[in-house]
Each structure stands twice: as C-alpha cells, then as structure tokens.
Design a protein around this ligand. Structure first.
Ligand SMILES: Cc1cc2nc3c(=O)[nH]c(=O)nc-3n(C[C@H](O)[C@H](O)[C@H](O)COP(=O)(O)OP(=O)(O)OC[C@H]3O[C@@H](n4cnc5c(N)ncnc54)[C@H](O)[C@@H]3O)c2cc1C
Ligand code: FES
Ligand code: FES
Length: 510
C-alpha cells in the first residue's frame, strides 16, 4: 500500500451564509443544528424532532459540483448532520435567503402570497426545501414538488397553499429576490443557470478544500476526513476503534436520541474514489459514499421500475446526506436498498489496509445488524450487475404512510424470463427476518417454470411460509407473511398484462 500523506491538523473551514468561518474547540460530534443555534445564534433554523423526520432544521448546502456544474445545491437536515462534515462546503440558512438590501426571496414571497404559513415553526424549513427545489428544477411537475416537501411536516397550514407557493415561486422576478446565488438554478429551457456569484462561490470552496486528510481535534475527540482510499485505509488500520461516519443519517440519531459518545470519527464523504459512480460493461459500481439521491438516480437509469421505491426512501434531505454504503453497512433488517440489491445480485467490495475482497450481498449479513466486516475494514463500493435481457423487476415498500416511513415489509422481485419460462429468479425481502434475506425456497419454486398465474400462486404459497417474522408495532407476523405472498401475486398482475390497477396513483388518476 502506497504511504498516504500524514493528516493535517486544522480548523473546520467552510462558508456560512457566504462568510468564511474557521471552527475550533467544538466537539466533532456536534450537530450542525447545535452549532447554528447555540454557537451562532442563527435561530431561524428550528429544532422539531432532532431525528431527520420533520424538516424544521432544513438548510441548504452548496457543494463542489461534479464537473457538469460548479456547485450542487442540496437541502439537508441540520439536526443530524455532523458539523465537521460541512468543511469545504457552503451552508445557507434561512437567514441568508432574503437579500441584505431588503425584500424577500421569491420562495419567501410566494409563501407569503399563497398564505403558506400560520404558526411559522415549520416555515423556515419549508422555505429552505423550496429553495433547494428552486435551485434544482424549473417549474417541476406536482409530483416533484410533493417529493421535495415530503421531509417537511406542517401541523397547521396544510400543504395545499405550500404546494401553490412552490408552483408560484417561478413567476416572481428573481431580481426582486436579489439574484446572484439566490437566483434560479435551472433556466426555462432546462439548462443549468449558473450566476457569476456561484462561480465565485465555487472558487472560494476550492480554496477551502483540505489538500490531504483533515484532522480536526476538539474536546479530546478526533475527526479525520481523508481524501483518498489509501488514506482512509491507513487511518482505520492505525485506529481500529475509530468509527466510520458517512451521511450520519443513522449515526446522527445515536447522538441526538441516545446521547452516545461516539469517540473518534472517520468521515468518508471527502474520499473522491468512494463518492463516484462507474459504469462498466458488466456492472454499475456505486461508491460507498455516494449520496442515496445519486445512487438511486444511477440505478433508476437501468431499472426505471424502481423509481417509486426510491422516492419512498426517507426524504430528499435524508437522501442528500445518507449514502448507499451507510445503508448497506448499517445492516438494518428494514434497510430499503438491501432487498433491491439482493434481488439485483449485488456484491460489495470491502477493503482492509491494502487487501480487498468482493462478497455477495447475501453473504455480507451474518446476524441481526451483524456483518462480515472485520475491524478496520470498510465498504468501498456496491456492484450491481448489468441488467440481463428479459428481466422483470418490481420493488414494493409496505408501510403505514406513503412518504417518509419505515417499512413493515419490503420486497423486490426480479425474474429473467425467456420464451415464457423463468430462467432465473431472485427475491430480496426486508422486515421478515433478522437480516435482509433472499427468498431461496420461493426462487426455487419459480425457476424453470412458465411465468403464469398458476406458477405465481404456487410460489406465493411458498413465500408465505418461507420466513418466520416477528410481531412488532409496525405489523404482526401474520400480516407480514400474508402481505409478502400477496406482493408476489401483485408482481404477477403487473408483469402478466392484467389491466387491474395495482398502484395508488393509478387509482387516484382514474
Ligand atoms: C428520517 C429518516 C428516514 C429514514 N428513512 C429510511 C428509509 O426509508 N429506508 C431506509 O432504509 N433507511 C432509512 N433511514 C436510515 C438511513 O437514512 C439510511 O440507513 C442511510 O443509508 C444511512 O447512510 P449514512 O451515510 O447516513 O450512514 P451513517 O449514519 O453515516 O452510518 C451508518 C452505519 O454505517 C457505517 N458505515 C458507513 N459507511 C461505511 C463504509 N463505507 N464502510 C463501513 N461502514 C460504514 C457507519 O459506521 C455506521 O455504523 C432513515 C433515516 C432517517 C433519519
Ligand atoms: S429537527 Fe426535525 S428534521 Fe431536524
Ligand atoms: S405553520 Fe405551523 S407547523 Fe406549519
């Protein structure tokens, strides 16, 4: 293994509402929200749930772009985002939206005009989610607006006026809201609209970027932010007790809800190799630190049938911070990407020091929240094989709410059908066992058979008996078994040409 350059001890440097800051002396596991409210008195950003669920704490990050654009604008939840993870980025809070010269930003003006606020507690979060949409889309369809707002809760106004504000904000002259970086991010013809201010911001961010591993130390705790896999591997070997943090959408709750001291932390979000998606003739390789938003977009390009499942995974701000590697490594039996990745035949590439290994995802989990990861080992990437011709695939999330809810059951079914017969079957299931699991007996009941109603019904009966799920507050064991079997029948209806509507949206549209 080539020697990685030693970490550079430094403050956390980032832009806050356009101003450079250099933070020292604040513990690495401090959340961005705590920093904004307690240390900077930027109290427009609210704390509702402190667990990523309500959106009251939404801020927008501008991050260095991926080549196509100088900056990426991303709403995130400040309550579970760890402060050191914004180093090298620009943080915008609601206080920065209105131009200093006075007046309101188009997002704010539209909210006022549409009566989109009553008590106002949720409003700054909505304004920032809308600002994120304003930077990323021009007059999006209603479904995209609903998606952008699915992570924001309002208890008194109701969503109709807020959606109306989202539709109206594009009608307001951006110059009235100050223009510059505050202006729209997408032009009417769909091209990126990049102002001079944004280019200047990108230059400022480039100057802030740490050249090598950043080591930030405060309160007797360390935060390493390596920039290469070599450096990450070396730090983890030298400090096996240090905990890996990616988007902190799981880890953040251990701090805010369990008040745990997480010790020394190693951040993967600045490791270039882990943050990219590569397409090869045989597979799609998604780096462990790729944000869920980007990972899902890459998967949806080859597997458009999965789009609904991805839209129902948390919310835009969570998908902007959370990573695919985090979902895989966290190993929750109700992690929503895992049944899909199992059904698609994914493998995970792991690395410890200079040694790498590739493990089929079904062999990665060895017990409840237990994986084969050895001390100092980390997930490098997830590999999803290229789509075989003749593949039928669907993913189903069963939860109490449509948006932003935890699965009671999740199933992804993938069949390769040739000449009317099932050449290969893979079924990934979540919420029915201690780990995400393949339904091996059901797959065997399908393989080699004709893909017809009789086969589907026989296989559904096998699936109903394949797992021994538990009763809990989300669903009973009997419900889980029944719904799982019915998902297979639904899959048959959807792929077998039945005209019966099977999705809520179809029924609503009718
Ligand atoms: C409001 C809310 C809604 C959510 N909704 C959903 C949902 O609908 N479906 C769902 O599945 N999940 C959901 N989650 C959970 C969470 O968003 C996902 O599990 C996410 O993918 C975690 O990624 P992360 O980058 O934030 O991981 P982190 O929190 O940073 O890390 C999670 C774990 O993975 C480990 N880890 C991270 N990267 C690596 C790596 N490269 N190598 C080894 N270990 C690593 C960490 O050490 C930690 O143990 C939700 C969370 C919140 C707060
Ligand atoms: S405070 Fe509720 S999402 Fe952050
Ligand atoms: S205006 Fe009161 S919670 Fe939304």
């Amino acid at each position: 293994m080539a020697a990685a350059p030693p970490p550079v001890r430094a403050p956390l440097r980032f832009l806050l509402n356009g101003e450079p800051v250099a933070v020292t002396g604040i513990a690495p596991q401090t959340t961005l929200l705590e920093y904004l409210r307690e240390h900077r008195r930027l109290t427009g950003t609210k704390e509702g749930c402190a667990e990523g669920d309500c959106g009251a704490c939404t801020v927008v990050l501008a991050e260095p772009g991926d080549g196509g654009t100088p900056l990426r604008w991303r709403p995130v939840n400040a309550c579970i985002r760890l402060l050191p993870s914004v180093a090298g980025r620009a943080v915008f809070t609601v206080e920065s939206l209105a131009p200093a010269a006075g007046g309101l930003h188009p997002v704010q003006r539209a909210l006022v005009d549409a009566h989109g606020s009553q008590c106002g507690f949720c409003t700054s979060g909505f304004a920032m989610s809308l600002f994120g949409l304003y930077k990323n889309a021009h007059r999006p369809p209603r479904a995209a607006i609903e998606d952008a707002l699915a992570g924001n809760l309002c208890r008194c106004t109701g969503y109709r006026p807020i959606v109306a504000a989202a539709q109206a904000m594009y009608d307001i002259d951006p110059a009235d809201g100050g223009g510059g970086w505050r202006g729209p991010g997408v032009a009417a013809d769909g091209s990126r609209a990049v102002s001079r201010d944004e280019e200047a911001l990108a230059v400022q961010l480039a100057a802030l970027a740490a050249p090598d591993t950043l080591l930030y130390e405060a309160d007797d705790r360390r935060w390493w932010a390596p920039r290469t896999c070599e450096a990450l591997a070396a730090i983890l070997v030298a400090h096996p007790a240090a905990r890996i943090v990616a988007g902190a959408t799981d880890v953040g709750l251990w701090i805010t809800k369990q008040q745990r001291d997480l010790g020394d932390l190693v951040y993967t979000g600045d490791v270039g190799e882990l943050a990219r998606v590569r397409e090869t003739p045989s597979h799609l390789a998604i780096g462990a630190a790729v944000a869920l938003s980007d990972a899902f977009a890459a998967l949806a390009a080859s597997w458009p049938e999965l789009a609904e499942a991805w839209a129902r995974f948390a919310s835009v701000p969570i998908r902007n911070s959370g990573t695919l590697g985090g979902n895989v490594a966290n190993g929750s039996p109700i992690g929503d990407s895992l049944p899909v990745l199992l059904a698609l035949g994914a493998t995970v590439v792991l690395r410890r020091g200079a040694a790498t290994r590739e493990v089929p995802l079904e062999d990665f989990y060895v017990g409840y929240r237990q994986t084969v990861l050895a001390p100092s080992e980390f997930v490098v990437e997830v590999r999803v094989p290229a789509r075989p011709p003749g593949t039928l695939v669907r993913a189903y999330k069963v939860s109490k709410r449509y948006d932003q809810d935890i699965s009671a059951v999740f199933a992804c079914l993938a069949l390769v059908v040739a000449g009317g017969r099932i050449a290969a079957a893979r079924i990934g299931c979540g919420g029915v066992a201690a780990t995400p699991k393949r339904a091996a007996a059901t797959e065997a009941a399908l393989a080699g058979r004709a893909w017809d109603d009789a086969t589907a019904d026989a296989a559904a009966r096998v699936l109903a008996a394949e797992f021994a799920p538990i009763d809990d507050m989300r669903a009973s064991a009997a419900y889980r078994r029944t719904v799982l079997a019915n998902l297979l029948r639904r899959f048959r209806m959807e792929t077998g040409g039945a005209a019966t509507p099977t999705r809520v949206e179809q029924v609503v549209a009718e």
